[in-house]
Design a protein around this ligand. Structure first.
Ligand SMILES: C[S@@+](CC[C@H](N)C(=O)[O-])C[C@H]1O[C@@H](n2cnc3c(N)ncnc32)[C@H](O)[C@@H]1O
Length: 467
């Protein structure tokens, strides 16, 4: 079974089932040229783009909605049939939670015993507008009636490179979405041309907006094909006049003809070039490329539950494997809800930029008992096992592909008291759990968390202890 549940399991990294690589778009690989439309051809005229469908502004709760086909308790979005971001939008939210619970439990069939505490899934009170990161492409189409170029922004139509022009999305932070639209409107004034992926011409490729859930700080990253940004100062001034909540603007240059959204080179146009946000009472620095969970409300729920499950007494050596920017490890070092936290935290992560963020985050929060290593988690664990290093609690949060036999074997050799395994893909998590169960571990507790309402993705935490 696919890790995401239901029939329409098209592989769409990005919007749902949050990516381990935050800088990829959610569109598929480029189809044949003849299939692509919705943007200007070489002559500047659009070929087949269907009329843009604007989204209702009320967020589409069924109660106030004119459409008869939406179930009570479900949400309505006029572009749902095209977009593909929310496979389960037509399913009432309570029912979505039931299904996720059932599907996750099904994946662990045969791995749970009669004493495993299977907790009910933790859902959201209001499962709308939860995405703190919004990314939009900008494409030009020839408007026959107006006899001029029109710029579209929004999301890609399911399985295509066509952009669905939309002015609201039920998942995306609303201020972020408004900023995306303002930029579209400013493009004419500042003579900014949208990028055309067929001809590899034009200037503005994408905009990424990140919003600090607690701080309210906002970072706008403007992805351009070229380095030179004529009129950048005036553009940033006009944007900030409309949105004073913007605290920093970054230009990211991506000159490659690729699906990857962000390029390597960056320049700060306004503000510090990063935002700060709070999670579980700690402050984190987020740059345009940092991995940061997209649903902050549920991230706090997830981290608190995972750290509770680790049952820390203030004396443990804890490993935060696949640690990203160190968020879980730092919260574990500090402790939650009066719990004393770990005595020492070692974070391991393969991306050096994320490790640099993690170290900064530790310094910034005055946490001295956490250290971070840039390494492959499997190799690092293997070295630790060879050295017979002490380890009391292993927390792991691998990418969708799950962990590796090398990592899991080393975990068995290190024999921590507990393993807390967090996963955004319960299918690979169940595979890895089976590996551990065969080697004498048992699943003591399981806690699904709904990080991605209206999609078929589920997050899951399991606690393992040796039999
Ligand atoms: C699902 S994210 C978890 C990040 C972090 N725990 C959080 O909550 O923000 C998985 C992380 O594993 C990292 N990663 C992937 N493969 C790895 C490997 N072989 N060794 C170490 N880190 C890896 C990715 O770069 C990513 O930061």
């Amino acid at each position: 079974m696919d890790a995401r549940f239901g029939k329409n399991n098209l592989d769409k990294p990005g919007k749902s089932g949050e990516p381990s690589d935050a800088s990829r778009s959610n569109k598929p690989n480029r189809p044949n040229k003849s299939n692509r439309s919705g943007k200007a051809s070489k002559s500047g005229k659009s070929t087949k783009f269907a009329k843009a469908a604007p989204v209702r502004r009320d967020g589409g709760l069924r109660a106030g909605c004119a459409r008869g086909s939406v179930a009570p308790g479900a949400f309505f979005c006029p572009i749902d049939s095209k977009c593909g971001g929310c496979e389960w939008l037509a399913v009432p939210y309570a029912e979505q939670l039931k299904r996720k619970q059932h599907e996750v439990e099904g994946l662990f069939d045969g791995l749970l015993d009669s004493e495993t505490a299977v907790r009910p899934i933790l859902g959201m009170d209001d499962p709308r507008y939860y995405r703190n990161k919004v990314v939009s492409p900008y494409v030009g189409i020839w408007d026959k009636k107006a006899r001029q170029m029109r710029v579209l922004c929004g999301m890609y139509e399911r399985g295509t490179h066509r952009v669905i022009d939309s002015d609201e999305c039920l998942l995306e932070n609303r201020e972020a979405k408004r900023i995306i639209l303002t930029i579209r409107d400013l493009m004419r004034r500042f003579r900014i041309e949208p990028y055309d992926e067929d001809t590899d011409e034009g200037f503005l490729r994408h905009v990424q907006v990140r919003v600090g859930h607690t701080s309210g700080e906002i970072m706008v990253t403007v992805v351009t094909r070229e380095d030179q940004f004529p009129g950048a100062k005036g553009f940033v001034r006009a944007l900030r006049e409309k949105h004073p909540s913007i605290t920093t603007v970054v230009q990211n240059v991506n000159a490659r003809q690729t699906n990857v959204i962000l390029g390597d080179k960056e320049r700060t146009l306004f503000g510090p070039g990063f935002i700060l946000d709070e999670l579980c009472g700690l402050s984190f620095r987020i740059s345009s490329k940092s991995f940061y969970q997209v649903n902050s409300t549920q991230t706090e729920v997830l981290y608190c539950r995972a750290i509770e499950m680790a049952k820390l007494a203030g004396t443990e050596v804890l490993m935060d494997a696949y640690c990203g920017t160190g968020t879980i490890g730092l919260v574990a070092a500090r402790g939650v809800d009066g719990n004393p936290g770990a005595a020492r935290v070692i974070g391991v992560e393969e991306r050096p930029d994320a490790v640099a963020d993690a170290r900064n985050n530790a310094r910034h929060n005055g946490i001295k008992r956490a250290e971070f290593v840039a390494a492959d988690a499997g190799e690092y664990m293997h070295r630790m096992a060879d050295e017979g290093a002490p380890l009391d609690v292993l927390m792991m949060d691998p990418p969708r592909a799950g962990s590796t036999p090398e990592f899991l074997k080393a975990a068995c050799e290190l024999a921590p008291k507990r393993i807390v395994y967090i996963s955004c893909n319960p299918q690979t998590q169940a595979r890895d759990a089976a590996f551990l169960v065969e080697r004498g571990w048992r699943i003591v507790e399981m806690q699904p968390v709904d990080m991605f309402p209206h999609t078929s993705h589920a997050e899951n935490i399991i606690l393992l202890e040796r039999r």
